[in-house]
Structures are given as structure tokens and as C-alpha cells.
Design a protein around this ligand. Structure first.
Ligand code: GCO
Length: 458
């Protein structure tokens, strides 16, 4: 079988601390905004919380044994900031440090390479009470946290992503409010928070460079992606334009508002002009700090919308009736893993890691004790064939992390959405690898060789 991906391509699975660890109030961990949010009636489906989640805090060795049996050698996880700094800054929780020592040592003992995300939404509640990202001290708080981790774990963790999806922890959380802290802030405040978030990213890069000089540093945003309705050149150009378009009405979930400053050192000009009256003061040196050179551009890509040339440049084309969708009713558009990496690589010219891609499905354990998740197998096959085409076309792709290793706490949807390659019974916490886990294991072993079909089969 012809390997479809580069040699040393990093095949992995991804999770995040709040979604799987549990032990939310154990061993000195401080509260996060999600711990508080979950206790607010009506905020999370079924009143679910991350108090127990997958109990990964106590079961991680079992989970890494499953990964090892599947041949998955790369694991993207996150540190829980309040587990290490209960107040977010200052006093360090030794039991938190020791937990992540055990976690990292266990994954390495199972032959798994750690890829760590410093912040995946579980913001220390104590810092939120001090203004959170609105406080101009927030970049320094994050850099202090990053330095602590780099010093403690830099000898073992050589791949570090600073932030996961600022589009969500600012846009969905402080603008649309269905994620924690779930408070609607004025646009002016959201813009100020966004600027501090990107300053925090830059300061954390400096801290990691100083304390863990061997680390490859990345950033893991998401965004709204578009693919051409046809491969005619004008539709391809229209989709490229749509992918990076951002205006005053939709900057919070855009690609460019969050990546142009970090990688190109400047805000997108059109939107900046529109938002100028509401923007915080951009101090001398801010953009240079924000755009500290990084090594890897992570992207969480789940789907995209079709556009065609027309109007003032592009028109979004509605999904046709009966268009394929996931358990979450997200559209299934494998094209997203060809066109988005292609456009992103053209613009930002950094090696790309797909830090998240996957779907939730209506998974159940059948009478034979197995989970026959054919929709996930189909999704994986089609999306990886599209990604293979991007690699073939010259996109510098370093890896792919399937979201997710385990069924887990899906934020305000609680445990109602199952994204895992491994089924979790949330009554017993028993793990059952799904059919897709075996399928993905073969893809990993063959470096994509086992993906049958070609682009035309999509
Ligand atoms: C995200 C987050 C994950 C989600 C996953 C499914 O991308 O939203 O990084 O924590 O659980 O994407 O929504």
C-alpha cells in the first residue's frame, strides 16, 4: 500500500483536561470558570459537570494502554491551569505538578509522545474574578504559568501549543455566552480581551523559549472555513477570499482576526478600520510581541461551507437538502481538510498540524458488546483522503490528531455528544474501543496506505 502521508507524520488523538480528567475538586485543584459555570442551572445539558468526566485523573494508565494497543503514538492533551496554580498565579499546587509528572511519565512509558496544550478553556476562576483577560496583567499571568510548565516538563514535553481556540474562549464565551463564563461583554471589551489573549500567547512563547529551548511551539486556533462549490478558478479564489475575510460583524470566529496578528504581525486591515473606534490601544511593541516566531500552526478543522464566485466576491452556497451531517448536526464536508490546509499554508507559510478533526455520532454498545460506529469510519476515511491530497499538493503537514480519544464532556452539551474513538460508559466509566479505533489503528500503521479510494471517491 502506498503511504499517503510524509515520513514521520504524527498520527494522534486529542483530549483536554476539563473534558476528561474529573477530580475537579481533588488534590488542591483550584476552581475554573467551567466548574462554576456547570453549577449554574440551565447552562449545561442535563446539569452535567466535569466533576468526574472520564475519571482520567485516576485511569490515565488504562487509557494509555488502549492507545498503545492501537499503535497511536502521539497524544494531544492539556494542562489544567487551576490544578497547577489554584489562584491562577502565585502559589503552586505540588500535587498538581506531581499529577502531570505521573501523567507524562505514563504516556511515555507506553511509547506515546506528549503534545501539550497550555490552555484549553478551564480558566482559573480566581483570575476571572480579577478581570480575567480584560485585566492587562493577564498576559503576564499566562506567561508565569507557561514558564512554570516549561521548567517542570520541558525535559519531556517537546511539543507545546499555547492556546486552544480563542475563537471559543472569547467569542463563544464572552460574546455568544453559551460557554463559560457565559457573560455577554460589549464588543469593546471583547476586542480588549482578544488583544490581551494574543499578547499572552506572545509572552508565553518567550517564556517557553527561555525555559524549554528545545520545544516546538504552536498555536491551535479554529475558524470559519470555506471550500469552492466547484474547482473552477474563480470559485477557488472566492473560497480563498471567504476563508480570510473578516469584518466588524464576525471577527470573533474568523480565521484572520486571530492568526494574522500572531503569524503576520498585523490585524486584518479592513476589519481593523471598521473596529478602530472600539479597539484597545495597541502599544508600541505589541504586534512584535504577539507575533513571536512559532514553529507549528495548529488548526482545529471540522467542516467548511461551500462558496461560489459572485456578488461582491463570493456567495455562500446553501448545503443541499439531506446533506450529510453528524450527530451534532454539523455538516460533513471532507473537502474542508483539503482546502483549509491549502489556503492556510499559502497565507501563513508554517507547517500545519490538524490539532482536531472528528465528529460526534449516536454511538451505542451493541448486543455483541461492540460499538459499530460506521459513520465515524466513513468520516475518517473521507477526511484523511482529502488531507492526503493536500499533502500531495505540497502543504507541509506534520500531523493529525483525531478528536477525540475518549467520549468526553462536550462543554455545554455535557455528555450528550460522543466524539471518542473509545466509548465511555459514564455510569461505570468502562472503556470500549469502537470499530473506528481499529480502523484508525490501521490507517496509522500504514501511514495512510490503508485508506482506499482516491479524491474522486469522496
Ligand atoms: C473545540 C474544542 C474541543 C471540542 C471539540 C468538539 O474545538 O471546540 O477544542 O474541546 O470538544 O471540538 O466540539
Amino acid at each position: 500500500m502506498k503511504e499517503l502521508f510524509p515520513k514521520d507524520f504524527a498520527w494522534g488523538a486529542a483530549t483536554s483536561a476539563y473534558q476528561i480528567e474529573g477530580a475537579a475538586c481533588q488534590d488542591g485543584k483550584g476552581e475554573s470558570v467551567w466548574d462554576v459555570f456547570c453549577r449554574q442551572p440551565g447552562r449545561v445539558y442535563g446539569g452535567h459537570t466535569g466533576d468526574v468526566a472520564c475519571d482520567h485523573y485516576h485511569r490515565f494508565d488504562e487509557d494509555f494502554s488502549i492507545m498503545e494497543s492501537l499503535g497511536i503514538r502521539n497524544y494531544r492533551f492539556s494542562f489544567a491551569w487551576p490544578r497547577l496554580l489554584p489562584e491562577g498565579t502565585g502559589a503552586v499546587n505540588q500535587k498538581g505538578l506531581e499529577f502531570y509528572d505521573r501523567l507524562i511519565d505514563s504516556m511515555m512509558a507506553h511509547g506515546i509522545m506528549p503534545h501539550a496544550t497550555l490552555f484549553h478553556w478551564d480558566y482559573p476562576y480566581a483570575l476571572f474574578c480579577r478581570g480575567g483577560w480584560l485585566n492587562d496583567d493577564s498576559p503576564g499571568w499566562f506567561a508565569e504559568y507557561a514558564e512554570l510548565l516549561a521548567r517542570r516538563y520541558g525535559d519531556r514535553v517537546k511539543n507545546i501549543f499555547t492556546l486552544n481556540e480563542p475563537q471559543c474562549f472569547i467569542g463563544i464565551s464572552c460574546f455568544d455566552t453559551f460557554h463559560a463564563p457565559g457573560i455577554k461583554f460589549p464588543v469593546k471589551d471583547c476586542l480588549a480581551m482578544a488583544h490581551n489573549v494574543m499578547l499572552a500567547h506572545g509572552k508565553s512563547v518567550q517564556a517557553i523559549r527561555a525555559s524549554a529551548p528545545g520545544a516546538a511551539i504552536g498555536y491551535a486556533p479554529t475558524g470559519r472555513y470555506y471550500h469552492p462549490a466547484s474547482e473552477r478558478p474563480y470559485d477557488v479564489e472566492a473560497a480563498r477570499e471567504a476563508t480570510f475575510d473578516v469584518n466588524e460583524g464576525d471577527w470573533t470566529f474568523s480565521v484572520a482576526w486571530w492568526s494574522d496578528p500572531v503569524i503576520l504581525g498585523r490585524y486584518p486591515q479592513k476589519a481593523l478600520e471598521q473596529l478602530e473606534p472600539l479597539m484597545p490601544k495597541i502599544k508600541p511593541g505589541d504586534m512584535e510581541l504577539i507575533s513571536q516566531p512559532i514553529d507549528v500552526y495548529g488548526q482545529n478543522i471540522y467542516n467548511s461551507a461551500p462558496v461560489k464566485a459572485g456578488g461582491s466576491g463570493y456567495e455562500v452556497v446553501p448545503y443541499g437538502p439531506g446533506h450529510a451531517k453528524t450527530g451534532f448536526s454539523w455538516p460533513v464536508t471532507p473537502e474542508c481538510l483539503y482546502w483549509a490546509p491549502k489556503y492556510l499554508y499559502e497565507r501563513y507559510k508554517l507547517p500545519i498540524v490538524i490539532t482536531e478533526n472528528g465528529l460526534s455520532a449516536i454511538d451505542t454498545v451493541s448486543l455483541d458488546g461492540k460499538v459499530h460506529d460506521s459513520s465515524r469510519i466513513d468520516y475518517i476515511q473521507k477526511h484523511l483522503l482529502a488531507l492526503a491530497r493536500a499533502a500531495e499538493d505540497g502543504v507541509d503537514l506534520l500531523g493529525y490528531f483525531h478528536w477525540s480519544l475518549l467520549d468526553n464532556f462536550e462543554w455545554n452539551s455535557g455528555y450528550n455528544e460522543r466524539f471518542g474513538l473509545v466509548y465511555v460508559d459514564f455510569q461505570t466509566l468502562e472503556r470500549t474501543p469502537k470499530d473506528s479505533a481499529a480502523y484508525y489503528s490501521k490507517v496509522v500503521e500504514s501511514n495512510g496506505g490503508s485508506l482506499s479510494g482516491t479524491w474522486g471517491d469522496l
